[in-house]
Design a protein around this ligand. Structure first.
Ligand code: SAM
Length: 155
């Protein structure tokens, strides 16, 4: 069983922290600035019910490398929610493919047997256009279009 300490050690790998070489490169290349851990933790007081309810889903529409999602993940497990249940409740949309992969890897904490969960829940997409269906349908088709398509296929 994975411990909270193992989660923290894996997630807060210093290469992803603000001021790291990696973070400085992201600022220069893409003007991307990530949420610092103290900002993410300050926001946690507003998210109490997400942390205490094991099944309460949480979506970050600009997930980045998953600072907010990872923090919720750690707090859920710390509150007694099992790792898999916590992972299943966390969703993210992120436009940058490199960040998507880092976000997935941080949430997984090396537990590759749960890769299918993060592959489903953490999507590379434009969150302003994504349909938030979390399935195999075209991510940018509206629910109405998908519904119409399904009706057409049945007939
Ligand atoms: C401040 S950072 C992410 C912070 C993140 N919530 C966290 O906890 O680390 C903002 C992120 O939004 C992403 N982003 C910007 N526009 C986006 C869009 N239209 N759709 C999805 N992601 C977007 C950027 O690539 C960047 O990773």
């Amino acid at each position: 069983m994975i411990t909270v300490k193992q989660m923290i050690d894996h997630i807060y790998d210093e290469k992803f922290l603000v001021n790291s070489e990696w973070s400085e490169r992201k600022v220069k290349e893409l003007q991307e600035v990530y949420t610092t851990n103290n900002i993410a933790s300050a926001g946690m007081s507003y998210l109490d019910h997400y942390i205490k309810d094991p099944d309460q889903p949480f979506v970050d529409p600009e997930a980045g490398i998953g600072n907010l999602l990872c923090m919720i993940h750690i707090l859920k497990v710390k509150n007694g929610v099992d790792f898999e249940t916590s992972l299943k409740s966390l969703y993210g949309v992120e436009i940058n493919p490199e960040s998507v992969e880092i976000c997935k890897s941080r949430l997984l904490v090396g537990q590759e047997k749960y890769r299918h969960i993060v592959d489903n829940n953490i999507r590379e997409a434009d969150s302003l256009k994504y349909n938030y269906r979390w399935d195999d349908a075209d991510p940018y088709l509206s629910n109405q279009d998908i519904h119409n398509q399904n009706i057409f296929e049945i007939e």
